[in-house]
Design a protein around this ligand. Sequence first.
Ligand code: UN1
Length: 500
Amino acid sequence: MATATAPREFKNFLNGEWLEARGGRALEDRNPANAEELVGIFPASGKEDVALAVDAAKAAFHRWRLTPAPKRAEILFRAAEILLHRKEEYARDMTREMGKVLAETRGDVQEAIDMTYLMAGEGRRLFGQTTPSELPSKFAMSVRVPAGIAGLITPWNFPMAIPSWKAAPALVCGNTAVLKPAEDTPLSAYHFAQALAEAGLPAGVLNVVFGEGPEAGAAILDHPAVNVISFTGSTEVGRIVSQACAPSFKKCHLEMGGKNIIVVMEDANIDLAVDGALWGAFGTTGQRCTAASRIAVQKGVYREFAEKFIERAKSLRVGDGLNPATQMGPCISETQLKTVMKYVEIGRGEGAKLASGGHRLEGGAYAKGWFHEPTVFTDCDPQMRVCQEEIFGPVVCLIPFRTFEDAMAIANGVTYGLSASLYTRDVNLAFRAQRDFETGIVYVNAPTIGAEVHLPFGGTKNTGNGHRESGLAALDFYSDYKTLYVDYSDRLQRAQIDNA
Ligand code: UN1
């Protein structure tokens, strides 16, 4: 079902116009629940298209930076209203191109709405600092200035939310931007840009270049006029992005992989923990950087938890996300499905017990899509590859443990550090876990997923490079501080020297 507003062949958004890519190559946006369904055809842009987009962003920068931030924010506010109005249509299109169930794609569009409203509000704040000076008759303050021309490279698992996490704060801070969405989910980024365009965003302030990482993405990284990069994707590609940014000192934000854990203590509400683990592990078909891919359970309740969890995992209804009865959709692509299958083999090979799932779903309603069973490994050793490496699919490892200290060692014994969760009724343990989990996000009595837009989002170790997105933290990335001193004493005053 094509939407009335969306043409089947889509173009780049350059300088306020929808334009063909120079190279003329095309990418197919297909439904992962039914690969025969072509959702749209998008340009496979190259260097020349990126150069045009950056030129447009450069040309628009001066006026945009001088547009009062509350006025920039009004455009975001109007865009949020448009997104809200079209939420259902955009959610359906997102399920068609990405596969996750409608409830989740509605959530994805909602996250973009929330972020756009949030940043619309920030346009009337964008606080700096005013402070006393150490010298008399001298005024000291800092203000935020835009960081420059931003290159935004976004993944397919949150096709509208993550573009909004980057674009909304970038724009409200006065930057202009070039967005390169994932080639698997271009339509949702198109919709997001369309809403901004209709809201009155001036030409060139946001440009969208569709295409693949090695061509369009790399061209953004290499462009000398782009001085800010925000990337969400794999740790492997994040390393390439970081290296590409280093020689020209581009300000670079990386949001990468995760190997998130839910720890279930003996005193926890086990049914609540099972509910949370199921949602954390199999929500978005496990294709979240915040997905719970390890569940560590204290020995006294391990069997009880495992039995309940496995039974629930087995009964999950897998299928087309547009069907209201479906609880888990397909993997995004054949490649991703094959990665999942490879890890199932790895897990079996290293002695993890396959307690449920473990196979691709084929035939009948599954014949044309990239479906995999919800898969549970039990009695895992935390050092196994399936407990260490990010799988990004519906595969979860149950790990038994004895003490809280053991659980913390297991939790922190990975190279990632995005999200961690503890289920307990013991307030002391809850606070110790909040202190000791080495992750950017910690949940108590809730799963590893469910971040809200007004709080910082990001992780430690191989998950991130110290920056955070979302919330006020995003303003710190997309603006630079400028420090201002005004001396009204009418004489030379020397800081640090005239301190008698
Ligand atoms: C991601 O997995 O890439 O907390 C982002 C969550 C969502 C965002 C996830 N709000 O799971």
